[in-house]
Write a protein that binds this ligand. Sequence first.
Ligand code: UDP
Length: 352
Amino acid sequence: MREVPGIEDFFGFAARLIRPTVFRSMMKVLVTGGAGYIGSVAVDALIDAGFDVVVFDNLYMGHREAVNPEAAFIEGDLADKAAVDAAFAEHKPQAVMHFASYSLVGESVENPLKYLGDNVTNGLNLLSAVLDHGVERFILSSTANLFDQPETIPISENETLIPGSPYGESKAIIERYLFWLQKTKGLRYAALRYFNAAGCTEVKGEDHTPETHLIPLVIQVALGQREKIMIFGDDYDTPDGTCVRDYIHVADLAQAHILALKALDTNESLHYNLGNGAGFSVKEVIETVREVSGHPIPAEITPRRAGDPAILVGDSTKIRKELGWDPQFGDLKPIVESAWKWHSAHPEGYGS
Ligand code: UDP
């Protein structure tokens, strides 16, 4: 039954009407990959914060339905330099958030040149447009896969960059180039190294084809769409032998992007690790989905997946102190609950 709108709905509606006229003059942000899992949530956060947004996405992995209707949308490929240039010429963004990227460690080990082409060659097209059109702020989606052999856990920004795979290497190359573009051309940038993005908002979820990420795969088992979950190795040097990861909610990642974008007003370069500072093993993730869904979740141990470090846990003290980042989903259970809610409501993802 549809509820009768209350007074809060009225104020929410009024705020949405007023907000664009108040803040729209702030800044226009071009978001590559804004139809994807993390990018679409960041677009919502940008629009909520009053920014003008242009999404540039080839829809290989993203979904048109995931693009906020208040954003302009261009279906385009970063490999197409002319299309990238035309998007900048038409929309004249003042900042870029760059989410569009292949991001699978295992795939990059099997097909390393795909990652060089995507992140580096296509990244060059994007960075050329950024310089040619005088864009002064750039935010890069980077990765915890920069840290294959961390000396200290949780991993801080002082850790030496030793990429764990061709994927991590491709992000490291772009991070280094941003450093040089800052020095030589004055481009202000933030490199945000995500640990394991997870969870869903009320309206945006994780829908990859094929799905390879742990939490949505375990949820597929709980929904009866998959018979069992494969555990990739139980002989790691960790308490229960399975890999330990730091799961961070997408909405918290999105907030970090807004903070970083604003901080570029007064900073030339920023590097931040974005995690919760707590690690959960593959077995603990499966157990949490069991608890949240009430499904037994059959599991089978298989050999290790190439390129997987044993433990990746981030130390986000720096961004918390410097920018006041305050993640709202500090534990695994509420993250899994948010994902369970979205996947239960959208069992076929954006297709349903
Ligand atoms: N994993 C697993 N079974 C799966 C998918 C993932 O055991 O079907 C493990 C994977 O080896 C890693 C962890 O779960 O240790 C998280 O993997 P995911 O692909 O979600 O993220 P990544 O850490 O690669 O960014």
